[in-house]
Design a protein around this ligand. Structure first.
Ligand SMILES: NC(=O)c1ccc[n+]([C@@H]2O[C@H](COP(=O)([O-])OP(=O)(O)OC[C@H]3O[C@@H](n4cnc5c(N)ncnc54)[C@H](O)[C@@H]3O)[C@@H](O)[C@H]2O)c1
Length: 354
């Protein structure tokens, strides 16, 4: 059986999905696409031999599909996701972040549970080969007790990027470097470091004219006692500089670099001389024309929608919520000047509001 997919939102992220679905044509078929911009819908429809729609509700009324791929501006995920789950009862594949407020994220998760529908959020970096291996190494306790998880990304997004779509960099629909690009890194801190107890952050808007921040620096305390840091910025000039995740444990250390945590730069473990054979085949994502991790993640998601078999990196249902809570906590701290201890009632964070 081929999974029948409908795409809602034919923009940048969905363009990558489109290419992947073409590659996975034996497993899934995009039968319909919708975008409020008719030209985008038509161009996707031509590429995929699918039916174009301007109105996603009309599409879902007319078309017989299994899963909706939601690749809309982040601030629209909740409202349109709710409609799809509640009124059309379709499984959802939703681009990160699941939503911009905790209330909205919980609403989507609860609706999916209520109607027994599947909800997958795309955090493709969890499928990076070095991350798969480091997760296994951490699960086996080979690094001992973890004391520090430190992550940073110095990427470049200029005014032209933010001006390319009206929702970018707005509090209501996007957020800044932390919520948009940094959600991958916060997700990784949570995935590898576990639940977070408290956070503190400072932020500012330095090199572009947007509502939200283009630089945030934060510290985290994990429930297991470890400390963490994040430096999230789109201010690197003139181009993307680097991204990195450092893990220090009582028995070993690891550094994962590459553009998006896709390359193991360093691993040393007390008592294990041969870390090369330990990590053989997992030190770097292989070259892939469609992005190794995105391709792997979407393939896994298709398998999960079809068979309920879940690869370990897939973020299903409520698993997308803790990292969103950390993002909201970091913004709450930066806006209020206070350390934020979880759980908390958000008063200051502007993400998803306005
Ligand atoms: N996983 C990743 O690494 C990754 C990378 C980029 C973007 N994203 C996420 O993907 C989502 C989309 O980002 P993007 O960069 O593709 O944005 P985009 O602006 O390029 O695309 C969004 C599309 O949605 C359309 N749209 C808006 N309202 C609509 C509606 N009511 N019905 C149908 N279509 C509508 C727009 O016309 C546009 O074509 C965001 O949530 C973003 O965070 C994820």
């Amino acid at each position: 059986m081929k999974l029948k997919i409908a795409i809602v939102g034919c923009g940048k992220a969905a363009t990558r999905h489109l290419k992947i679905y073409k590659e996975l044509k034996d497993e899934a078929e995009v039968v319909a696409v919708s975008d409020i911009d008719p030209e985008k819908a038509q161009s996707f429809a031509n590429e995929l031999s699918a039916k174009p729609y301007i109105d996603y509700k009309e599409m879902l009324k007319k078309e017989d599909i299994h899963v909706v791929d939601l690749s809309l501006p982040s601030g629209l995920h909740a409202r349109i996701g709710k409609e799809i789950l509640e009124n059309f009862k379709k499984d959802l594949l939703i681009e990160k972040p699941i939503a911009l407020t905790l209330k909205d994220a919980e609403m989507l998760v609860n609706l999916a549970e209520k109607y027994n529908l599947k909800l997958v959020t795309i955090f493709q970096n969890r499928a990076n080969l070095p991350i798969v291996k480091i997760k296994e190494i951490l699960n086996k306790g080979l690094l001992g007790k973890i004391i520090l998880l430190s992550t940073k990304f110095y990427w470049s997004r200029n005014q032209k990027y933010y001006d390319s779509a009206g929702w970018r960099g707005t509090w209501a629909l996007d957020g800044g470097a932390l919520a948009q690009q940094g959600c991958h890194f916060v997700d990784m801190l949570y995935y590898l470091g576990g639940e977070v107890e408290s956070v503190f952050a400072k932020m500012g808007t330095y090199l572009v004219n947007i509502e939200a921040e283009d630089l945030l620096v934060g510290t985290l305390k994990f429930k297991n006692g470890a400390l963490g840091t994040i430096e999230a910025t789109t201010c690197a000039r003139p181009k993307d500089l680097k991204a990195e995740l450092v893990i220090l444990g009582e028995k070993g250390s690891a550094i994962i670099g590459g553009f998006a945590m896709n390359k193991l730069d360093y691993l040393a473990i007390t008592g294990i001389e041969d870390t090369i054979s330990l990590t053989n085949g997992f030190t770097e994502n292989p070259p892939h024309p469609l992005g190794f991790s995105h391709f792997t993640y979407l393939k896994s998601a298709i398998k999960y929608f079809k068979t309920s078999e879940k690869d370990p990196w897939l973020v299903v249902g409520k698993e997308a919520i803790p990292s969103l809570e950390v993002i909201i906590g970091l913004y709450e701290s930066a806006e209020s000047g206070q350390e934020i201890k979880f759980p908390f009632e958000s008063k200051w964070c502007k993400l998803g509001r306005g």
